[in-house]
Design a protein around this ligand. Structure first.
Ligand SMILES: *[C@@H]1O[C@H](CO)[C@@H](O)[C@H](O)[C@H]1NC(C)=O
Ligand SMILES: *[C@@H]1O[C@H](CO)[C@@H](O)[C@H](O)[C@H]1NC(C)=O
Ligand SMILES: *[C@@H]1O[C@H](CO)[C@@H](O)[C@H](O)[C@H]1NC(C)=O
Ligand SMILES: *[C@@H]1O[C@H](CO)[C@@H](O)[C@H](O)[C@H]1NC(C)=O
Ligand SMILES: *[C@@H]1O[C@H](CO)[C@@H](O)[C@H](O)[C@H]1NC(C)=O
Ligand SMILES: *[C@@H]1O[C@H](CO)[C@@H](O)[C@H](O)[C@H]1NC(C)=O
Ligand SMILES: *[C@@H]1O[C@H](CO)[C@@H](O)[C@H](O)[C@H]1NC(C)=O
Ligand SMILES: *[C@@H]1O[C@H](CO)[C@@H](O)[C@H](O)[C@H]1NC(C)=O
Ligand SMILES: *[C@@H]1O[C@H](CO)[C@@H](O)[C@H](O)[C@H]1NC(C)=O
Ligand SMILES: *[C@@H]1O[C@H](CO)[C@@H](O)[C@H](O)[C@H]1NC(C)=O
Length: 431
């Protein structure tokens, strides 16, 4: 209303108003062309399984994850512009018939601690003096199965199935697997993302580094899970803290359309995912994070995530009290990435864009926008200084459309050059 009234008063009788009216046959109305930022290049096309996570290795290999379901495999490597294949082998990807089990009539995910069940995310750490370049694989252990009515549903995890797997990229062999006790990974946990710091002097660790994992639990107990990479011990922090909880009844818009959760056979609802994107500062001292379905960015000192409850019963209270609210960013945020300049990139599915948080002035800024960015899911900064992202058209998937799959092949890997010579963060992997 304001914009109708104010110009009318200001323009009455003015020269500007006369010019506009006398030459209206030439008027060109300004449009939103849908783009800004560096050139967006198409790197790979997915013609078969729809991807989620992505990681780019120093030799250019691109790894993709596919949560499943019915898919033949859950971890793949791109072989050419239009095809991928199972990684590290077809045999390590459990076949669809072995993904789930039933106990007392209750469906569970597989408890196989070797075979890959449903991989959500991957992350690559660079070579160090003690460790090869490593592909870290986060298996949720929770496939999507079909319930008695034939509708998709996600069974609970059983211990063993959810795991963190380290694969040596020099010879494509698993060299370490971490599983979780039942009081760290709950049956309704969902492992969503992962970051690493290998420094030997980190408080609260045995000196062989740490993994910070996301539990995004749609069922409502999201939080951080930490793994001491030396001892394999794991623990939780910021469990159900207000900063990790989903936004209440959040209705995002994708391509201008408001989206509710519309699962076949269920009442219309809302996206329930909590804590989602995370990124470490290049010095490893601060963790930035956000739930999927809020507009807020948060951070916490990593020392508060590492602190051991056996040493101090107040560690959870201290962690909560040390959380910083960086305010709103202008939309829901999905996966995060970061670069050597300390910028915190945030995938913005409502805006077909990537924004970044700039810690030097505390503001969120635009980086790249393109109409092809229809749900940017995982992203990965390569050693070549490009950010690669998986585009998977998630708002068109059956779960948000009454069971109708409106996705149109291909999915795609897009990439854009980072600003100011930004590179992959390697400072955390030097010890
Ligand atoms: C109308 O606008 C066009 C483009 O700005 C200009 O070239 C033209 O001379 C204008 N015509 C009149 C009658 O002002
Ligand atoms: C699209 O608009 C943006 C400003 O929003 C501008 O920076 C960009 O150059 C325009 N792109 C094209 C192709 O015109
Ligand atoms: C890509 O690889 C697939 C599977 O190996 C093969 O069928 C296809 O012909 C290849 N395409 C090109 C363009 O090389
Ligand atoms: C796995 O789930 C399917 C439904 O998707 C069900 O038919 C099958 O019986 C389950 N397998 C086991 C071993 O429970
Ligand atoms: C677990 O998966 C591995 C790898 O696929 C397979 O070799 C092994 O037989 C499975 N174990 C069980 C108990 O099914
Ligand atoms: C990784 O593979 C390389 C090449 O085979 C090997 O030299 C190295 O010992 C392996 N490291 C681990 C931890 O498996
Ligand atoms: C990879 O390297 C590790 C450590 O040297 C070794 O145990 C393993 O057998 C190697 N795998 C292959 C396929 O060479
Ligand atoms: C740990 O080591 C890093 C260098 O690897 C150094 O920058 C940092 O200050 C050290 N931290 C502590 C608490 O000693
Ligand atoms: C916490 O500290 C206790 C006592 O020092 C130690 O036994 C335990 O291993 C530590 N736990 C973790 C997860 O590091
Ligand atoms: C922040 O955490 C530290 C321990 O890392 C603690 O000493 C401090 O009191 C906490 N800050 C607040 C405001 O509680």
């Amino acid at each position: 209303m304001l914009s109708l009234f104010v110009p009318a008063l200001l323009l009455a009788g003015s020269a500007l108003a006369q010019v506009t009216y006398q030459n209206h046959s030439q008027t060109i109305v300004r449009v939103d062309n849908g783009t800004y930022g560096p050139e967006v290049e198409e790197v790979h096309y997915y013609y078969d399984q729809w991807p989620i996570g992505i990681a780019v290795a120093s030799d250019g290999r691109i790894f993709a994850t596919y949560t499943r379901g019915d898919d033949e495999y859950t971890l793949g490597v791109i072989v050419n512009k239009t095809a991928e294949k199972p990684y590290p082998s077809a045999g390590l990807n459990l076949p669809p018939s072995q993904l789930n089990s039933t106990w007392n009539g209750i469906p569970f995910g597989s408890g196989n601690s070797t075979g890959l069940i449903s991989v959500q995310a991957v992350y690559i750490t660079s070579k160090t003096s003690t460790r090869p370049e490593t592909l870290w694989v986060l298996d949720t252990g929770r496939p999507t199965v079909h319930n008695a009515k034939g509708e998709p549903s996600m069974p609970y995890a059983q211990p063993g199935g959810p795991k963190l797997v380290a694969i040596n990229l020099s010879n494509d062999t698993v060299y370490r697997t971490y599983t979780f006790p039942a009081d760290v990974h709950y049956p309704d946990s969902y492992l969503n993302d992962l970051r690493f710091d290998f420094k030997s002097n980190l408080s609260g660790t045995s000196g062989e580094g740490i993994a910070y994992l996301v539990d995004s639990s749609n069922e409502g107990r999201p939080g951080f899970i930490m793994v001491d990479l030396g001892t394999g011990e794991s623990w939780r922090r910021l469990d159900q803290d207000r900063s990790v909880l989903r936004g209440a009844n959040d209705v995002p818009s994708y391509q201008g359309i408001p989206f509710y959760l519309r699962q076949k056979g269920m009442s219309v609802g809302w996206q329930l995912e909590g804590l989602d994107g995370i990124q470490l500062s290049p010095d490893g001292k601060r963790m930035y994070y956000s739930p999927l379905s809020t507009n807020y960015l948060w951070s916490v000192p990593t020392a508060n995530l590492r602190a051991n409850a056996s040493d101090d019963s107040l560690v959870e209270v201290f962690a909560h009290a040390n959380v910083s609210n960086h305010g709103q960013r202008g939309g829901n945020g999905n996966g995060f990435e970061g670069d050597s300049n300390g910028l915190i990139y945030q995938l913005m599915p409502e805006h077909n864009a990537i924004y970044y948080f700039d810690p030097s002035d505390g503001l969120t800024k635009p980086f790249v926008r393109d109409p092809r960015i229809i749900w940017p899911d995982g992203a990965s900064v390569g050693t070549d200084g490009y950010i690669y992202m998986n585009i998977n058209q998630l708002p068109h998937q059956p779960d948000w459309n009454d069971g109708v799959d409106g996705r149109v092949h291909p999915g795609v890997v897009l990439r854009a050059k980072l600003p100011n010579g930004g590179k992959k963060v390697t400072s955390l992997y030097e010890d």
